[in-house]
Design a protein around this ligand. Structure first.
Ligand code: NAD
Ligand code: MG
Length: 387
């Protein structure tokens, strides 16, 4: 595989992960080739990317935005596809080897699902897919012999750490968390947090939804659930430690007490590239760790009282069934509400808990039921905000 050109489709190419993926492609000396790009609303950016990377297809996933847009800047030999159907059609084309799932939120599920159905390798950034429908997605991947390779930096680190020993000898994994911008805030200070403060992450540059998730530590809750399904671990085998420097991306502890960690400066190009080149390793355009310069690596336990999202993550990972889809949708709606000024920062997690506790749990839901509950949970958050 090492000398073959790998053809990739990037779902969500105009976002933070999408753009970092294009940086990796640009630095690959032609060994990675973009054949498809998709975007929701930033269509000027999509046309610029199409001009630079010359894919065969681009998809405008929102048909309303697409019909209002002047497409004169689109290169004429690039074919335009429309809507979620356009994404499903793109990912199943024989020219596509790897699909980078970098759409934010549960909107990413259908494209990832279609890619797995077509037996493609998926480089998965969209953790919400596994939070919502982990067992169903993993089963589909097994049935279609499709690989899911993690892009999330913690899961990439665990994926690499797991290679150091046999599966039955893994005792636990430890996901690191930066702690976000409010790691040292008191409860009173958390109650005053503004949108601008929540959008200023100390170590990572990311899209707005995951940046707010990092500030509430819901991102770590989602990552506990993601790891539970991706690596088939018991929830009690998944621990969290706060590591403010974001250098150690996660750790795997084996039964003999050996702990294997993966280290690199906080930059998504490395985990993205590893998912695209696996099992090979190439030179990477990300900054390198310089242990010759002074630095310290700190670790501390998370404060579960100030950051109750982490406890919720473990509860939902234990419950399985419909709990992940409800938590994910409630959180997406609550974050959107916070960004629009409808609820305060410290109300995000209680809103999620309330919706979760009021839902009709089902241990073995169909995908259709999960999608119904996704809609229901969003409405419940709106109701919660209004009462
Ligand atoms: P972002 O907001 O920067 O980009 C989102 C992308 O999704 C855009 O290209 C947008 O056009 C597309 N999109 C948005 N809504 C859509 C819809 N309804 N239908 C189709 N496409 C839609 O987000 P991001 O920070 O790049 O995150 C993308 C995913 O990667 C998220 O699931 C996030 O949790 C995960 N992730 C991100 C990072 C990071 O560093 N940014 C790290 C780990 C995991
Ligand atoms: Mg992460």
């Amino acid at each position: 595989m090492s000398d073959c050109v790998r053809n990739i489709a990037i779902l969500g190419s105009t976002g933070s992960i999408g753009q970092s993926t294009l940086d990796v492609v640009a630095a690959s000396n032609g060994r990675l080739r973009v054949v498809g790009l998709t975007a929701n609303s930033r269509l000027v950016k999509l046309c610029e990317q199409a001009t630079e990377f010359q894919p065969k297809w681009i998809v405008a996933s929102n048909s309303d935005h697409a019909s209002a847009f002047d497409w004169s800047s689109k290169p004429s030999d690039v074919e335009l596809l429309l809507g979620p159907e356009g994404i499903a059609s793109l990912v199943s084309r024989p020219e596509v080897d790897i699909v980078v799932a970098a759409i934010v939120g549960s909107a990413g599920l259908t494209g990832t699902w279609a890619a797995l159905e077509a037996g493609k390798t998926v480089a998965l950034a969209n953790k919400e897919t596994l939070v919502m429908a982990g067992p169903q997605v993993m089963r589909l991947a097994r049935e279609r012999n499709a690989k899911i390779l993690p892009v999330d930096s913690e899961h990439s680190a665990v994926f690499q750490g797991l290679e150091a020993g046999a599966r039955q000898d893994v005792k636990r994994i430890i996901l690191t968390a930066s702690g976000g911008p409010f790691r040292q805030h008191t409860r009173n200070q958390l109650a005053q947090v503004t949108v601008d403060e929540a959008l200023a992450h100390p170590t990572w540059e990311m899209g707005p939804k995951i940046t707010v998730d990092s500030a509430t530590m819901m991102n770590k809750a989602l990552e506990i659930i993601e790891a539970r399904w991706l690596f088939d671990l018991e929830p009690d085998q998944i621990d969290v430690v706060v590591h403010p420097q974001s250098i150690v991306h996660s750790l795997v502890e084996f039964r003999d007490g050996s702990v294997v960690a993966q280290l690199s400066p906080p930059d998504m190009k490395l985990p993205i590239q590893y998912a695209l080149t696996y099992p090979d390793r190439w030179d990477c355009p990300s900054p390198k760790l310089d242990l010759a310069s002074a630095m310290s690596l700190d670790f501390e336990p998370p404060d579960l009282d100030r950051f109750p999202a982490i406890g919720l993550g473990h509860e939902v990972a234990r419950a399985g069934g419909t709990a992940g889809a409800v938590l994910n949708a409630a959180n997406e709606a609550a974050v959107a509400g916070f960004l629009e000024g409808q609820l305060s920062f410290i109300e995000i997690v209680p809103a999620c808990r309330s919706v979760l506790e009021n839902h009709q749990f089902d241990a073995n839901p169909t995908l259709e039921r999960l999608i119904e509950l996704d809609t229901w949970a969003r409405q419940e958050v709106t109701r919660w905000v209004c009462t």
